[in-house]
Design a protein around this ligand. Structure first.
Ligand code: ADP
Ligand code: MG
Length: 327
């Protein structure tokens, strides 16, 4: 299969949206943004051996490569519209490509996203998706709007994706049900796009939890120049992690809940008078939105209280690709 056959067979489809004036096949795509909207752009890449194991199910990889980008749109309160896909592959394996494309297109269809271009080259595994979306001008959610007194919420539950990694690498043993649930979270994250859209005009700040709660909430605090207190007991976690937190594996469970990446839930802040609206959104989307703490003044930094109300002495750190000692 040569490069152009491959693009034609797996990545060229009739655009769903009339906003795509020109899609795959020309030198660049031509897109028409809706009047009154701002264009929101983000890119995220998955590197083989670093973000995924090269023998991962390709259909799940297709899903995940797009999902992590949709999650960035969700965190901005944006509606994802168009994607570009840059692939480096060691070889052109039609079975692998067909499965990858199936996973990618299924998620794209579920969110009304058109694949409008990309690049395909031979090279070490690299799956890079650029996502473009729209938001009514001025309505985007950013990391910079949290104010002292705001409540801090997270969607869904945190830590299961990291628990899946711990189980796959032999650091913990899970029963079959917990293993399946953790791996599903890891490999098939559900980006919270509808939540992001619903939070326009409600949330004061938002971020997606891709690197762990402590690190990602830390970005909000820094951008908003505020501090926060978080109540560990309130942080939503699966039954498997709840069990581990009261046993021998507490330290691993704490790492998963507070610093586990890859969950792709949203962490957002909202003033106390928005609590009823947040509750209504949770009910409408059938998605738990749990208050976990409060924004404070900058001087206090980030304090996480344990189940007994005492501040945790050391907070687990988020992963940093270029931290000293990281490889
Ligand atoms: P160029 O030489 O201008 O970079 P290419 O030959 O790389 O163009 O690509 C031809 C067309 O196919 C372009 O429209 C490009 O956007 C699209 N394309 C290439 N790879 C992919 C891909 N993996 N997914 C979607 N579209 C792709
Ligand atoms: Mg090219």
């Amino acid at each position: 299969l040569n490069e152009f056959e491959l693009i034609e067979r797996f990545f060229t489809r009739a655009p769903r949206s009339a906003s795509v004036r020109l899609g795959v096949g020309d030198d660049a795509a031509l897109l028409a943004a809706a009047p009154g909207c701002e264009v929101v752009a983000a890119v995220d890449m998955l590197v083989g051996g670093r973000h995924f194991l090269v023998d991962t199910d390709p259909e799940r990889l297709g899903h995940k490569a797009l999902a992590v980008n949709l999650s960035d749109m969700a965190a901005m309160g944006a509606t994802p519209r168009w994607a570009l896909l840059a692939l480096a592959l060691p070889e052109s394996d039609p079975a692998w490509l067909a499965a990858f494309a199936r996973g990618f297109h299924a998620l794209a269809d579920a969110h009304g996203v058109d694949l409008v271009g990309g690049d395909t080259t031979r090279g070490p595994w690299n799956l890079c998706v650029t996502i473009l979306g729209e938001v009514p001008a001025g309505a985007a959610l950013t990391r910079g709007g949290a104010r002292p007194g705001d409540d801090i919420y997270v969607s869904g539950a945190l830590g299961d994706a990291a628990l899946g990694v711990a189980a796959l690498t032999g650091r913990v043993r899970l029963d079959d049900g917990a293993m399946a649930a953790a791996c599903a979270r890891l490999e098939r994250p559900a980006p919270r796009v509808a939540l992001g859209e619903a939070l326009r005009g409600v949330a004061s700040a938002a971020i997606d939890v891709s690197d762990g709660l402590v690190g990602d909430l830390g970005h909000v605090l820094e951008r908003s120049r505020v501090g926060a207190t978080v109540d560990l007991a309130a942080v939503p976690r699966s039954a498997a992690l709840a069990g581990m937190l009261v046993g021998d594996a507490r330290s691993l469970a704490l790492d998963c809940v507070l610093a586990g990446g890859d969950d792709y839930e949203l962490c957002f802040t909202a003033p106390p008078d928005a609590a009823a609206r947040v509750g209504a959104i949770a009910a409408r989307l059938a998605l738990p939105l749990t208050p976990i703490g409060t924004i404070t003044d900058a001087d206090s930094g980030l304090i996480v209280h344990d189940e007994g109300g005492a501040p945790l002495a050391a907070l687990p750190r988020a992963y940093d690709h270029f931290a000293r000692g990281a490889t």
